[in-house]
Design a binder for this molecule. Structure first.
Ligand code: AMP
Ligand code: MG
Length: 391
């Protein structure tokens, strides 16, 4: 049995980054940038008005001062207007500032009288003017290689005139659930049987990672049919198998993978839940064997499969978000393995939810965070702990 850290290192050492591809900006959400991007235009790229109002020369504007309106500048092509002291230009939000103007007075703060305005406020130089480059300088890094593309990242790239962006490659995945006791939802359930739930759980987790789920199959604990199903599934980049990786006579995944020429790099990791975790390679396919217990499958997915998929997609940050939380109860890890406690992170606090056993799906469904406790680690209610959020 190896430690979680060793296992993660080993998994990642055996994962290759997919070749990058160019996609339309509108198709790039949640992908990872495959290169650094720099601005070619400052933002704003010209001095412009932050308000609908009048562009003025601040030094010529006292309270009650009368100014002559010499023209109008909408947010459109620059009309190349110029003003001097005692003059104003009617201007709109986003419109280029006329030469000579150094402030904008809001239209609510003037009284318009024909071709003149009366200024009803004190005007400060620079007021309501958005200066060229004040938000973003030319040549500044706007997206780093490996950074996730968010909606605002897309807008920022568009503001620089990009229509396409180079992002990490797609990851295709297959899921196989195993077990004689399992019945597909919608079918009749008999005594001793349970509904199969891991394949949809794993599909959902893969979707969260933006992986393309290409095949979902169920297989009885039967060497022949398992071999056939595995053989078809290892043509994908990632294969996730649920169940059948323990030590019972019905746990056929490991020998069957070996019979197909797969190399098993990891079997059994010191984490709770999730000890029987398996990782190997079959040709170019990264094979993950997750324990059948739903909570174990969930936790091992987040610990090992998620970072592997993110790495394949070119991500820099492979970790779940970590946040400090005030622990609401006393906790102690009495087990011989680091324990991922499932619980709820809410309003800066964390409390475990439900039974902390690997089959306890209901508690997991109410949770949104994990707290990792080392062997023997004890934490007291009121203490600050770092939890990993997954929702
Ligand atoms: P296994 O890892 O195959 O020994 O299974 C461990 C436990 O998880 C058993 O109680 C199984 O019934 C349960 N289990 C295995 N696969 C699934 C699945 N796909 N959906 C729900 N429960 C499962
Ligand atoms: Mg089983």
């Amino acid at each position: 049995m190896i430690s979680e850290e060793e296992a993660r290192k080993k998994v990642l050492a055996n994962i290759w980054v997919r070749p990058s591809r160019s996609v339309l900006l509108s198709q790039s959400l949640s992908c990872f940038a495959a290169e650094d991007y720099f601005s070619s235009l400052p933002l704003p790229n010209f001095d412009n008005s932050a308000m609908d109002g009048y562009a003025v020369v601040a030094s010529s504007c006292g309270l009650g001062k009368r100014l002559r309106v010499i023209g109008e500048q909408p947010a459109a092509l620059d009309r190349q207007l110029r003003i001097s002291a005692g003059e104003a230009v009617r201007i709109f939000t986003g419109a280029p500032m006329p030469a000579g103007a150094d402030a904008v007075v809001m239209q609510e703060d003037v009284t318009r009288e024909g071709s003149q305005i009366v200024v009803n406020v004190e005007v400060v130089r620079g007021e309501f003017v958005r200066r060229r480059g004040c938000d973003l300088a030319e040549g500044q890094k706007i997206v780093a290689k490996g950074e996730r593309i968010h909606p605002a990242t897309i807008a920022l790239l568009a503001s620089q005139g990009f229509t396409q962006v180079s992002v990490g490659g797609e990851v295709d995945a297959a899921v196989i659930s195993t077990g004689d006791e399992l019945v597909r939802a919608g079918e009749e359930i008999k005594p001793g049987q349970i509904y199969e739930s891991n394949s949809v759980l794993l599909q959902a987790l893969l979707q969260r990672c933006n992986a393309a789920v290409k095949s979902v199959r169920h297989c009885k604990d039967n060497a022949k049919s398992l071999r056939k199903t595995l053989e078809e599934a290892i043509k994908y980049s990632v294969l996730i198998i649920s169940g059948g990786v323990s030590v019972g006579e019905h746990d056929l995944v490991q020998p069957t993978l070996r019979s197909l020429g797969a190399k098993i790099d990891i079997w059994r990791v010191a984490i709770k839940p999730g000890k029987p975790f398996l990782f190997g390679r079959a040709g170019d396919c990264a094979v993950f064997g997750l324990p059948g217990n739903p909570v174990s499958a969930f936790v091992t997915f987040l610990c090992f499969v998620r970072p592997a998929i993110l790495k394949m997609m070119g991500a820099t940050n492979l970790d779940l978000p970590k946040v400090p939380a005030k622990l609401l109860v006393d906790l102690r890890n009495e087990s011989d393995r680091p324990h991922y406690v499932r619980g709820r992170f809410e309003n800066g606090t964390f409390a475990p939810v439900g039974r902390q056993e690997s089959h306890a799906l209901f508690g997991l469904s109410q949770s949104n965070a994990l707290l990792r406790l080392e062997v023997g680690e004890a934490r007291t209610g009121g203490e600050s702990v770092d939890v990993q959020t997954f929702d």
